[in-house]
Write a protein that binds this ligand. Sequence first.
Ligand SMILES: O=P(O)(O)OC[C@H]1O[C@H](OP(=O)(O)OP(=O)(O)O)[C@H](O)[C@@H]1O
Length: 207
Amino acid sequence: MSSDDKLYISYNCVHKLCQKAATEILSTIGKPDVIVAIGGGGFIPSRIIRTFLRQTGEKNIPIQAIGLSLYEDMGTGSDAIGKEVIRTQWLDFGALAQHFDSLIGKNILIVDEVDDTRTTLHYALTELYQDIKENAEQLGKDMGNTKFSIFVVNNKLKPKRAELNKELMNGGIYLSGEDVEDRWIAYPWESNDIDTHTEFAIKQGNN
Ligand SMILES: O=P(O)(O)OC[C@H]1O[C@H](OP(=O)(O)OP(=O)(O)O)[C@H](O)[C@@H]1O
């Protein structure tokens, strides 16, 4: 393995960025009622941040997994090849019922590892909002104080293909552990040689 031009991020680095973000989340929007992890990359950061969001004596925050994958959309006809988001897994409202009647009025934290073109986060926010709104309408309620916040371990500084609608977030925050230049990011869970990966991350100051 050569260190090439990738940005290497260690487990330690991910852990510390999650810890720092949790402090900011607790002091701004307060403790989330539920974490929505966008898989696969959002799973490990979600579990780590939950550790730091939990306060002594309180129950763990439930983590709900959604699966979203980006596929090349060859039908756009534009010079930039479009990317389409495919749902491979969605919220399990049945399982959530163990914790709440619904997500209406809840403080929801969406977690992913990277905000690249923002397509995935835009999709997740819009579709989650829509689902909860439909649920509220069926119950004759409004969205009340339903709040969406977003945490990503890294945000790539680059032009985005989509923007996040602040109105839908309803006072929720967008938080990145660290903004980085537009490079290929090598995360530790993708590595087949974690010792060398960690060495590269340390050399790059990402530990
Ligand atoms: O900001 P965007 O351009 O939308 O890209 C970010 C998304 O791309 C990756 O997902 P991918 O579809 O590769 O799936 P994975 O998480 O299972 O690796 C990553 O995990 C994010 O979810």
